[in-house]
Structure formats: structure tokens, C-alpha cells
Design a protein around this ligand. Structure first.
Ligand code: SF4
Length: 413
């Protein structure tokens, strides 16, 4: 396919496709899918080798949010029967983090529900980061606390936080359809504040909310322009008790096309499969590893993932390897940009640019402060259904988290 040859050549050079080319990836047929995966897989291996970065979520504060993000089980008015608890103590959060690190995670993502942190909340996170880094200074810490006020990013940076996650979630044009208590511009502002303070920016999207292909391409190009170092791709988990509970719009094939498009637009950026991996990719998860270079280990914020050991087994069986603490994530030219922005000594990078070497290192969430669209899912703009465009509701695969942080049960890692 000329399209794939063109996209592969551009990706191997670190160049982004045109908007039309990105849309064409989403319009490919199921017959073309393996060719699409193979082409984007070459780009992935060029910049990230066969390494898979593992990230571990610690939900510091769950539920009870005053915001109305329609995809979120923690939103105002949510009837989802999730765990609800207020701030974990630093020692409790550090214990949870330790489980993830022991399981192979090199980044811990500290997430709290809410519009944004108070200055007292920044103090709490500061103490938590100290407890985590006292135990293992090499662990990367990403904070995801909502909208930031002036000077809060600087305080997090001074506390030792490495990255800040705040997802754009969907296109600017459709943002008002998914949340009304804050705006797309508010989200952009927080990503820019984080970046400006020298934190590595982690910002991604949520697919499956009913958005169009144009919306997806819009948000992915916006993320590229924003300079996100890490792009979490969430697939909507339609929680019962939330406004999007009936939005079962994704198939494994659609998810793979989306991941391929994100990879082509962000050839040398960390692309992470975030929430909804098990629910929507299902048995096709290993193919996703050919596109993304990063996943979450174990459970998500309010839902359970597959067993951490199953994540590790999948990585090994698919011929990939877990990225070690001492290895870089981003290729050198991107890591240098991050290091320049963060002032980090020894920023995480992969030696040589094509694959495998030293490193450092952005929170998508899968139902929390990160991940979530607009119209015509699964239908081409001319109104014709694309192959495999609609999915059956797999509510049997949605499991509310009942273990780990905020419970008496051991975490899944
Ligand atoms: S995504 Fe974050 S801000 Fe929005 S409702 Fe959920 S917890 Fe609150």
C-alpha cells in the first residue's frame, strides 16, 4: 500500500504524516489491518526497540469529584459502585507503589480525583513522593492531580516529581460534549504549566466516547503540537452509573487502527495503552505491543486489569521485554529535549535512537483523571459502516477495583 510505505518512511525519519494520511489509517479495512500493524510496528521498533515500559497507578483519592467528566466513574453524580476514599497517607501510597515497582514498573503514577489540588494537597503529594523516592530513588514519579494553579507545578518539580499527567481526552470541538465544569483550554493550560515548570508532559486521549475520526485526529495532532512526551491512549470503559454507560463503540480492530494512527503521528514519543486495554483489545492485546511501547501494569484507578503476571507473560510471549530502571524510554534526541526542559541530569533516553539503551522518562488513567467524544462512531463520514465498526457490550469484562490502594487486600502487580 502506498499509504503505508509513505507513513513508514516518514515514521522512520521521525516525521509526522499529514492529517489526511492519519485519517486514511483509521479508514483502512480489516483485510488491511495486519499490514497497518506491521508498518506502524516498524516505526515503533525504530525508536523504542522491543522494550515495553511498565507504569503503575496508585489512586491516592478515589471518587467524590465535583467535576462532571461524563466518561468518569468518579464524577459528580456517578452511580458507579467504585471505591470511595479520601487521601491515602504517604506510607500507604508508598507501600502500594512498592508493589508496582517490585512487579517491574519503572514509573509510578500518583492520581487524585478532583478539580485540582489545594496547596495542602501539594504538601501531601510532596510527602508521598519523598516516601517513594526514599525507598527507591530511581523510580519515576508522575503526578495527576487535575488542573494546576500558579506555582503548583514548580512545587511538584521541587518535590521530585518527574512528570505531570493531564489528558486532553478529545478534540477541542467536542470537549464541551463530555464535560461542562471545565474547558479544553483549561486542560491545555495545565499541560503548559507542567511543561513550563520542567515536568515531563504526559497527555493523551480517550477513544470510544462517540467521537468521529476527525475528532481523534484533531486531538492526536494537538498532543503532538503540545509536545507531550508520553501519550496515553485510553479506550472508554463504559461504567454502569455514568452517562456514557451505553457507549460500546470499539472493536479490537478499531483500537489497533487508533493505536497505529497515534504511533504514526507520534513516531518518537512514548505511546501508552492505558485504560480499557483488556476490555476492548481483549485477545488482541499482544498486537497492541507492536504499536505502543508502554502499558500499565495490573489494575487501573477504579477498575481491575488482568493479573500483573499475565501482563508480564504477555510481554515475554509476544517477544518483547520489560524496560529496566536503567534504560531510557525516549530516543536520545527526544530525551535531550526533555532534559533541556526539566534540567534533569541523565534524562531517560534510548541510546542510538533506534532501540535499546539507557533511560528516564508522563498519567493516563483508564477511568480517572485522564482518559475520554462526539458523534458517529464506527461510521465513515459518508455514513457507511466500516468493517467491525460496532462492538457488543462486554459489561462482563468491566470489573470494579476491589483490591490494592484504599482496601485491605494486596495490590495486583
Ligand atoms: S476525570 Fe478527574 S476531574 Fe473529571 S470527574 Fe474524573 S476525577 Fe473528576
Amino acid at each position: 500500500m502506498d499509504l503505508l510505505d509513505t507513513l513508514t518512511a516518514k515514521g522512520l525519519r521521525g516525521e509526522t504524516p499529514t492529517r489526511e494520511e492519519a485519517l486514511a489509517v483509521l479508514a483502512t479495512t480489516d483485510d488491511e489491518l495486519l499490514d497497518v500493524v506491521a508498518a506502524a510496528g516498524r516505526v515503533r521498533r525504530r525508536w523504542f526497540g522491543r522494550r515495553v515500559k511498565l507504569n503503575y497507578l496508585v489512586n491516592l483519592k478515589s471518587g467524590l469529584c465535583p467535576e462532571d467528566c461524563s466518561y468518569c466513574s468518579q464524577r459528580l453524580g456517578s452511580k458507579a459502585e467504585i471505591l470511595k476514599y479520601t487521601w491515602l497517607k504517604p506510607g500507604e501510597a508508598a507501600e502500594a507503589a512498592k508493589a508496582g515497582v517490585s512487579g517491574g514498573a519503572k514509573r509510578v503514577c500518583l492520581v487524585a480525583s478532583g478539580r485540582g489540588p489545594t496547596d495542602r494537597d501539594i504538601d501531601r503529594v510532596t510527602d508521598t513522593v519523598a516516601a517513594i523516592k526514599d525507598a527507591d530513588p530511581a523510580v519515576e514519579v508522575c503526578a495527576c492531580l487535575g488542573l494546576l494553579s500558579d506555582n503548583q507545578a514548580e512545587r511538584l518539580k521541587a518535590a521530585g516529581v518527574d512528570a505531570y499527567n493531564h489528558n486532553l481526552n478529545t478534540s477541542e470541538g467536542t470537549y464541551g460534549d463530555i464535560a461542562t465544569t471545565h474547558t479544553y483550554a483549561d486542560r491545555v493550560d495545565t499541560v503548559q504549566k507542567a511543561h513550563g515548570a520542567g515536568l515531563s508532559a504526559c497527555s493523551g486521549l480517550i477513544a470510544g466516547m462517540g467521537e468521529s475520526d476527525d475528532d481523534l485526529v484533531d486531538v492526536v495532532f494537538a498532543l503532538r503540537e503540545l509536545g507531550s512526551d508520553s501519550v496515553p491512549v485510553n479506550f472508554l470503559i463504559p461504567f454502569e452509573g455514568t452517562p456514557l454507560a451505553k457507549e460500546w463503540n470499539l472493536t479490537p480492530q478499531r483500537c489497533l487502527r487508533i493505536l497505529a494512527m497515534v504511533r504514526f503521528v507520534n513516531p518518537d514519543t512514548e505511546v501508552r495503552i492505558a485504560g480499557g486495554r483488556e476490555v476492548h483489545l481483549r485477545t488482541m492485546q499482544p498486537l497492541g505491543l507492536h504499536l505502543a511501547n508502554s502499558i500499565f501494569l495490573g489494575d487501573y484507578l477504579t477498575s481491575e486489569g488482568q493479573a500483573g503476571q499475565a501482563d508480564l507473560d504477555m510481554i515475554r510471549d509476544a517477544g518483547f521485554e520489560v524496560e529496566g530502571m536503567g534504560e531510557g524510554t525516549l530516543p536520545r534526541h527526544r530525551a535531550d529535549v526533555v532534559a533541556g526542559a526539566t534540567g534533569a541530569a541523565g534524562a531517560t533516553h534510548a541510546a542510538g535512537g533506534c532501540g535499546t539503551a539507557p533511560a528516564a522518562g508522563g498519567c493516563g488513567t483508564g477511568g480517572g483523571c485522564g482518559p475520554c467524544g462526539g458523534h458517529a462512531h464506527g461510521a465513515a463520514d459518508d455514513g457507511t459502516e466500516t468493517a467491525g465498526a460496532t462492538d457488543e457490550a462486554r459489561t462482563d469484562l468491566v470489573r470494579v477495583r476491589r483490591r490494592g490502594a484504599g482496601t485491605e487486600l494486596a495490590p495486583n502487580a
